[in-house]
Design a binder for this molecule. Structure first.
Ligand code: PMP
Length: 386
């Protein structure tokens, strides 16, 4: 059969490929896929199951279960200090479906999306599926992976339609300072661009609530915020996300959900309702456990030869500079797997400018992370000694 060039040339996810290479090997430690190792809190599971037994097993409206939309409206309005009505919110099959809907709604073929590197690899595929073009803007280790607004401005062309912002960032854990967001917001306003703000790690932040570009003056009219229950509530498999923004844009996004997934899973949405009712303490606990793990990993890395690390301010990732080893990130990751049975994600997955780095997800208990660091240290010592 003929395969479309778009699909044929798209590479499989490097993150999933690394996990597949490790499958079947004994005693592997994996710092690959970015998902919380915690199980979904029991009260969420119990409520979702009870609701399923009570008949919540049918299609919901494409926009979402009305009860979930109401609850999201209440919690977002409180959090943002402005009324965000249910009509400005869309429930999606994970944040992934929100991103897909956003790009398909905002882009004409050939339109450009400015994406700050390093970036979540899946953006590339979603922009491609919408026949758009990704325009990467590189950052640097020394700048803490915070973009230079002048570089963003220089990347704007007549075809630019969207600037994508992801803070706290996957893979670096960097949180964009409000001053940088203000400068990006100005570029968006001056050039009449839309902003997609991917905030899936907003609750895993080590220095209070991270600033959001949506909250800046004049930005609520031109920003779509993409979020998810996946990371915040350890609910990756339930596949529930949500997107909010200008009501007239959300009403267009609904069509994409309508014709692609019909609606998000009804039982998953009941779980999300339960999650919003959960005592905040349960969640704070998760974020501080991630912070302690990230601290442990960074302290160990700071004492190792050949690598540099910037402490993340959110998420559960650590992005390590390995450029001193003069080997590509793929070669490094494969050798580490072969010699030490340790899975990390090679940096090139996050953009062409990231081949001097690797990503580690701190989603294992501390004792496993300590063993992982022992393995990495041994590997680095053997390489540096050569
Ligand atoms: N955005 C970012 C930055 C992510 O890291 C991920 C998941 N790894 C997603 C979106 C998608 O999350 P979801 O599980 O809600 O589809």
């Amino acid at each position: 059969m003929y395969i479309s060039k778009n699909i044929e040339t798209l590479r499989f996810s490097v993150i999933r490929e690394m996990s597949q290479l490790a499958a079947g090997l004994e005693d592997v430690i994996t710092l690959g896929i970015g998902e919380p190792d915690f199980d979904t809190p029991a009260p969420i599971i119990d409520r979702a199951f009870a609701d399923a037994v009570n008949g919540h097993t049918h299609y919901t409206p494409s926009q979402g279960d009305p009860e979930l939309l109401e609850k999201l409206s209440a919690s977002l309005s409180k959090e943002r200090g402005r009324f965000i009505p249910p009509s400005a919110i869309l429930v999606t099959h994970g944040a992934m479906n929100g991103l897909a809907a956003a790009f398909r709604t905002l882009l004409e073929p050939g339109d450009e999306v400015i994406v700050i590197e390093p970036h979540f690899p899946d953006y590339l595929a979603h922009i491609l599926f919408a026949h758009g073009k990704i325009v990467p803007v590189a950052t640097s280790f020394d700048a803490g992976f915070i973009p230079d607004p002048a570089a963003i401005e220089a990347a704007v062309t007549d075809n630019t339609r969207v600037i994508l912002v992801n803070s706290p960032n996957n893979p670096t854990g960097a949180v964009m300072p409000v001053q940088t967001l203000e400068q990006i917001a100005k570029i968006a306003r001056d050039n009449d661009l839309a902003v997609i703000s991917d905030e899936v790690y907003d609750r895993i932040s080590f220095e209070g609530a991270p600033p959001s570009i949506y909250n800046l003056p004049g930005m609520a009219q031109r920003t779509l915020v993409v979020n998810s229950f996946s990371k915040t509530y350890a609910m990756t498999g339930w596949r529930i996300g949500f997107t909010f923004g200008p009501q007239e844009v959300i009403s267009q996004l609904i069509k994409v959900v309508n014709y692609s997934t019909a609606c998000a899973s009804s039982v998953g949405q009941r779980a999300a309702i339960a999650a919003l009712d959960l005592a905040p303490g349960v969640l704070g606990g998760m974020a501080s456990r991630f912070e302690k793990r990230v601290d442990l990993v960074c302290s160990r890395l700071e004492a190792m030869p050949g690598v540099r690390v910037k402490r993340p301010r959110g998420s559960f990732y650590v992005f390590v500079d390995i450029s001193e080893l003069s080997m590509g990130s793929r070669e490094f990751a494969l050798a580490l797997l072969e010699n030490e049975k340790l899975v990390v994600v090679p940096g090139y997955a996050f953009g062409a400018s990231c081949d001097g780095c690797i990503r580690m997800a701190c989603t294992l208990p501390k004792d496993r992370l300590s063993s992982a660091m022992d393995r990495l240290e041994r590997f680095l010592e053997s390489r540096m000694g050569k």
